[in-house]
Design a protein around this ligand. Structure first.
Ligand code: RAT
Ligand code: ZN
Length: 416
């Protein structure tokens, strides 16, 4: 719909992807963080959740399924969702799209041929190829120092190359304070659960050390739908830590804060990563944060469809909020279209329409193809309405708008 969008190199501002230097199971590093290839594509938790819906417990219970090897899990999923059923959900269709784009057969009766094609690829060269196919210039990572596996890799010197930008992810500091205080103390940053003594300094030192180590482009946190922040008198752990340590330190270091609001973790714990769901959040907390910290910058996405309109209305009041992406359960064509239309109408081009949230490298292919097509349709509709109002859009303006939406809004926001 918008040819300018097809050739545009996008910045993917939130993924869970890693370069091969962080290890990959395909090279024998069982806990390696770079996920790619058919077994990872098919066992991706969005697809695994669909497998458990249709597989009776007495056929295989989740714990027994997860005890299987990755390739056995992938075989079961292929048979159940791609052979015995039509793979027409957004997640399954995405895998079909990626396979087809790579020249592989989405109708194969089994995975033998597809697996052997992947095993011939070099993970690093394959990363270049997939980024080229998806038109992605930068992959923004999610880097969690509270995850022992990832932490050890950074401490042992693993570093991303220039295709990848790190993001320091700090959920426990905001969402699980007593536990995070104990962890920090164990790592030599003496913290008191009641925030007494030099706790704020310890939290700031912890953040500073990891910022120095990772050189992140922003700092991020996923929050439950129950997250609240009620101004200067709010004495909750989250508010106390944000106010006393996190936001002041980020301001000193010139970093924006990413807030991903609305994930309800472990609704069904048996399903692991596939067991999370969502809840409707109260955007008042966000408005209070933006108002109390006018010199902080917040990159914000919300998970519930019900929150999209409110997020836009809060963003209209605060230039230090940049709404981004159609996250997780919202990343379907229908919802991307609805949310993008709403944002274009109420925010013009001052938002970031999409990020991929890819966990498996090849997902970049379908997620960015969908995003370009659907956002392109919404944009083109907005130009049509403008033309009906009496003003045609010029080609250079279309190009500028596409760059703003898929690169420049984000880049200038994190650099301000
Ligand atoms: O979209 C996802 O894969 C989720 O599991 C989450 O990782 C979410 O995106 C997050 O960053 O917390
Ligand atoms: Zn994510």
């Amino acid at each position: 719909m918008i040819p300018e969008l097809n050739d545009l190199k996008v910045i993917d501002l939130h993924t869970h992807l890693y370069p091969a230097s962080f290890g990959t199971p395909s090279a024998g590093d069982k806990d390696g963080l770079m996920l790619w290839g058919i077994d990872e594509l098919l066992t991706f938790h969005y697809i695994a959740a669909e497998f458990f819906r249709i597989t009776p417990r007495d056929e295989i219970a989740p714990a027994d399924f997860f005890a299987l090897s990755k390739s056995d899990q992938a075989d079961r999923i292929w048979q159940a969702l791609f052979v015995d059923r039509t793979p027409n959900s957004a997640a399954c269709r995405g895998a079909v799209h990626a396979l087809t784009a790579l020249g592989l057969d989405p109708c194969a009766a089994n995975l033998t041929g597809i697996r052997s094609w992947f095993s011939d690829q070099d993970p690093d060269a394959h990363t270049d190829r997939v980024m080229e196919m998806a038109g992605v210039e930068k992959i923004t990572m999610t880097n969690d120092p509270f995850d022992d596996n990832e932490r050890e890799r950074w401490l042992n010197g693993a570093r991303p190359d220039s295709r990848f930008d790190p993001v320091l992810r700090i959920d426990p500091l905001v969402c699980s304070w007593p536990a995070a205080a104990e962890k920090l103390t164990e790592w030599g940053y003496e913290c008191r659960v009641d925030f007494g003594g030099g706790t704020f300094d310890a939290v700031k030192r912890f953040l500073s050390d990891w910022i120095d180590r990772m050189n992140p482009v922003y700092v991020a946190c996923s929050l439950p739908p129950t997250f609240s922040y009620d101004g200067p008198d709010d004495l909750s752990d989250a508010a106390t830590n944000l106010r006393g340590a996190i936001l002041p330190l980020l301001k000193d270091r010139g970093l924006a804060m990413g807030l991903m609001i609305g994930a309800r973790r472990q609704t069904n714990p048996e399903l692991g990563l596939a067991g999370d769901s969502l809840g409707v959040a109260e955007p008042h907390a966000l408005a209070r944060l933006a108002r109390d910290f006018p010199n902080s910058r917040f990159l914000v996405t919300m998970l519930a469809r019900e929150n999209q309109h409110e997020l836009i209305s809060v963003a209209r009041k605060f230039g230090n909020i940049l709404p981004f992406g159609c996250w997780w359960f919202l990343n379907t064509p229908q919802l991307i279209r609805e949310i993008t239309d709403m944002r274009l109408e109420l925010l013009g081009t001052s938002f970031v329409p999409q990020h991929s949230d890819a966990r498996v490298l090849e997902q970049l292919i379908y997620k960015w193809s969908d995003a370009r097509r659907i956002v392109g349709e919404a944009l083109s509709d907005s130009y049509l309405k403008m033309s009906e109002a009496g003003r045609e859009v010029r080609p250079d303006e279309i190009e500028r708008d596409c760059r703003l939406l898929f690169r420049d809004n984000y880049l200038s926001f994190i650099q301000t």
